[in-house]
Design a protein around this ligand. Structure first.
Ligand code: PLP
Length: 395
């Protein structure tokens, strides 16, 4: 097969959709006013901003007043956690999260620990799932916030969010979910789901990077993270990025309009998964077969390093990653893979392929043609592999 470009890292970011770019362009030429200004072009910009907010609210099943635009998923996560923790100090300083959260959550928790909060990090099962019973058992009289992600960015595991929300409400504890990987990929209605706060990032659904929102259910107490001119109803200051709000609303609309196409993405992912596991010995699937994000695939290959694999794949035109994009900067094994019980060696040899609407069956065939020989080439160069094979022969 001829060399081609196959982007298979959609969990890291997605390609901006031309329809999204087109929708936001008038904000640079016509509706460029400051939404806080009282004159015409300011008020026009404000109407465009609020139109985007209303569209998002109707798509997400909540009220427009519950959507706050932010600069990214990381900001939304920081705000929800820090804001709710600080708002709850009269009741207590105990927070609960899981061991498989994104660093936007884990590092915020760590900074709160340094400020005197106590954090319980829940274990997950072998598939990366947090159970509602584990949440119930961890809640104490001084617990103020539980945060468990909607879907894991590395292994795609979808968490029992509705059940966890029920437990939290029974116990009178605020529940936040980082839904950066789930919004647009999993059907949800926020008022029915029952979460108190939820974060979204636009660049995972074909909007530009730097777009996001935080849903805060009416009545939830959250202190501000960013102070200033009082934009976003006094809760998130900074002159609003109207263009990006429009882009996010359009991207969400498009993602939800084509959500049924994710069945095709899932079928491609399943073919990729079954064929890799069949063709490559000493490989294992990380995360569950069912109950995972449709495009996500994470596989560990024994005896090799994920980084070398991604470099060789790149030389064939295939973009993939070893785990979350951020942990790619460090050579530490993924905390998610360690939390599901993988030993360090296996965690090091993991590869994440994340497919989207843009991928085709030809892309899958191209990966299947290139990946197995790359694994074999790396194993042939690996002393660990030869030692392992010797050991297997001796047994
Ligand atoms: N949370 C999860 C689960 C993510 O996957 C990411 C990004 O990869 C983030 C938060 C951070 O979002 P952003 O890149 O918009 O800051």
């Amino acid at each position: 097969m001829e060399k081609r470009f196959v982007y298979a890292d959609n969990a890291a970011t997605t390609k901006p959709d031309p329809r999204v770019i087109e929708a936001m362009m008038p904000c640079f030429s016509e509706n460029w006013g400051n939404p806080s200004s009282l004159y015409g072009i300011g008020q026009e910009a404000k109407a465009v901003l609020n139109g985007a907010r209303e569209k998002i609210a109707s798509l997400m099943g909540c009220d427009a007043g519950e959507i706050f635009f932010t600069s990214c998923g990381t900001e939304s996560d920081n705000w929800a956690i820090r804001g709710a923790a600080l708002a709850g100090v009269k009741k207590g300083k105990h927070l609960i999260t899981s061991k498989v959260e994104h660093h936007a959550v884990l590092h915020t928790m760590a900074s709160l620990e340094r400020e005197g909060f106590e954090v319980t990090y829940l274990d997950v099962d072998e598939f990366g799932r947090v159970s509602a019973d584990a949440v119930r058992a961890a809640i104490r009289p001084d617990t103020t916030l539980v945060t468990v992600m909607f879907a894991n960015n590395e292994i795609g595991t979808i968490m029992p969010i509705r059940e966890i929300a029920e437990v939290c409400h029974e116990k009178g504890v605020v529940f936040f979910t980082d839904a950066v990987q789930a919004v647009g990929h999993v059907n949800m209605n926020l008022h029915e789901l029952g979460v108190d706060m939820l974060s979204c990032s636009g660049h995972k659904i074909n909007a530009p990077k730097g777009t996001g929102f935080l849903y805060i259910k009416k009545g939830t107490r959250v202190l501000n993270l960013i102070e200033g001119g009082g934009q976003e109803r006094g809760k998130r200051s900074g002159t609003e990025n109207v263009a990006y709000a429009v882009a996010l609303a359009k991207a969400l609309e498009l993602a939800l309009a084509s959500i049924d196409d994710l069945k095709r993405v899932e079928a491609m992912r399943n073919r990729l998964m079954d064929e890799i596991l069949r063709r490559v010995p000493y490989s294992r699937l990380n995360g569950p077969r069912e109950g995972r994000l449709p495009g996500n695939l994470n596989i560990s290959f024994e005896y090799i390093e994920g980084e070398s694999m991604t470099l060789l794949l790149d030389s064939c035109g295939i973009s993939a990653s070893t785990g979350s994009a951020c942990s790619n900067n460090s050579l530490e094994p993924s905390h998610v893979l360690l939390a599901i019980g993988l030993p360090h060696e296996k965690a090091h040899g993991s590869l994440r392929l994340s497919l989207s609407h843009e991928n085709t069956d030809e892309d899958v065939s191209y990966i299947l043609e290139n990946l197995p020989p790359i694994v074999q080439r790396l194993r042939d160069m690996s002393p660990l592999y030869h030692e392992g094979m010797e050991r297997i022969k001796e047994d």
